[in-house]
Design a protein around this ligand. Structure first.
Ligand code: S3P
Length: 438
């Protein structure tokens, strides 16, 4: 039998209180900055998904001692910016674009040679967007296909600071340059066309670096004294998104998702669902480790289609697969344009979602840079087998879509759910969903 999941239509609503694993972006950055700070960094709530574990293995391979004390609790013995050692093997970042791009920035600035690679998906994703600006800083990086694709060979050396305009709202590009600038004397400045997630800037400041923001420009001063920190990683809103949409779509639902990071650079989906008529409430709002956190309560609500404002796109960039599911079951039309970036994620998410949702019976039209969806609030047909194309967020989204189909849905190649949300199936079951391995 092929690897995958079968989900049955939901007859009652989803109910209960559920937690989500630690934020993936913040978890990667905790490991990276904890490793290059001096002294101990204690992290709790770290996401133990495959992507973050790869980043951890990469730093272990560069001589950093990282110990697991309990689930999600780690102690990192930081070695300082000049303390990393040359790895004696290729660093395999698995499925993780964040791991590869952020590491490439840092590795370009160290005194040794390294090679980074990844899985079949990661080796097709664009790396020129970090290699080009890093090369302007003096980096020596070679890759396949004219320095566009991994594996990448990086001859680390001392770089020159840069003022760079990214041209694309990408936190990975911004962070790669900031991490290179961190280990470079002088001030490195990055300007983006719209604000992408700002976890790197926030955490750098927390570790003691000088970070200044002016509008869409952020500047870091190189060679700071970074000191180990205590970090509590908030729950990942990108994982909470699946429960939010599932609860909205299924009559009788009332779900509270606890301890979710609600950094304003990440809450675009909340704004979009609000526009669609969802009554989502943020309870118990607080700040933890420099990041805003809340419990999110969602009850079932009929949704109305929406035209996505372009400025929301970077703030919801990882939530479009599940947003498409919501739109497919809303009243009226939803239009997304200007989201070409979705074609460069773990899969081409415009193509993967249009294919999968169409197979379920949704009315979805593909555009070069987005989609047009004519909602079917009465529900979808299902009764088919769809392929996640190994994309974790496509797989989790298709499971949610299956809840509102008339017949069971099989989703193939779901193993990569473990890259970001290892407990997804168990937690869905805890809310009353019938989902089983094929
Ligand atoms: C991330 C940035 C985003 C996002 C990814 C995580 C990060 O990618 O899609 O899942 O942690 O910096 P881009 O920077 O390519 O938009």
């Amino acid at each position: 039998m092929a690897e995958g999941l079968e989900v049955k239509p939901l007859t009652a609503g989803l109910t209960g209180v559920v937690g989500v694993p630690g934020d993936k972006s913040i978890s990667h950055r905790s490991v990276i900055l904890g490793s290059v700070a001096k002294g101990q960094t204690r992290v709790s709530g770290l996401l133990e998904g495959e992507d973050v574990l790869r980043t951890m293995e990469a730093f272990r391979a560069m001589g950093v001692a990282i110990q697991r004390h309990a689930a999600g609790d780690y102690v990192i013995d930081g070695v300082g910016l000049d303390g990393l050692a040359e790895p004696d093997h290729v660093l395999d970042m698995g499925n993780s674009g964040t791991g590869m791009r952020l590491l490439t920035g840092l590795l370009a600035s160290v005194s040794f040679f390294s090679v980074v690679t990844g899985d079949d998906s990661l080796r097709t994703r664009p790396m020129g967007r970090v290699i080009k600006p890093l090369t302007r800083m003096g980096a020596v990086i070679l890759g396949r296909d004219g320095n566009r694709l991994a594996p990448l060979a990086i001859r680390g050396r001392e770089l020159l600071p840069l003022e760079h305009d990214t041209g694309v709202a990408s936190a990975q590009v911004k962070s790669a340059i900031l991490l290179a600038g961190l280990n470079t004397p002088g001030v490195t400045e990055v300007t983006e066309p719209a604000l992408s997630r700002d976890h790197t800037e926030r955490m750098l400041a927390g570790f003691g670096a000088t970070v200044e923001r002016h509008g869409l420009t952020v500047a870091v001063t190189g060679w700071p004294e970074l000191r180990g920190q205590n970090i509590r990683v908030p729950g990942d809103i990108s994982s909470a998104a699946f429960f939010m949409v599932a609860a909205l779509l299924c009559p009788g639902s009332d779900v509270t998702i606890t301890g979710v990071g609600v950094n304003p650079t990440r809450t675009g989906l909340l704004d979009l669902l609000g526009e669609m008529g969802a009554g989502i409430t943020l309870e118990n709002q607080r700040t933890e480790g420099g990041e805003p956190v809340a419990d999110i309560r969602v009850v079932h609500m009929e949704l109305q289609g929406v035209t996505v404002p372009p400025e929301v796109i970077p703030r919801a960039i990882d939530e479009f697969p599940i947003f498409f599911v919501a739109a497919s079951l809303a009243h009226g039309q939803t239009v997304l344009r200007g989201a070409e970036e979705l074609r460069h994620k773990e899969s081409d998410r415009i193509r993967s979602m249009v294919m999968g949702l169409s197979q379920l019976g949704a009315r979805v039209e593909e555009a070069g840079d987005g989609v047009i969806i004519h909602g079917r609030p009465e529900g979808l047909q299902g009764g088919v087998t769809v392929d996640s194309l190994t994309d974790h967020r496509v797989a989790m989204s298709m499971v949610v879509a299956g809840l509102r189909c008339r017949e069971p849905v099989r989703v193939l190649r779901t193993a990569n759910i473990a890259t970001s949300f290892p407990d997804y199936v168990a937690r869905m079951r805890g809310l009353g969903v019938s989902v089983n391995a094929l």
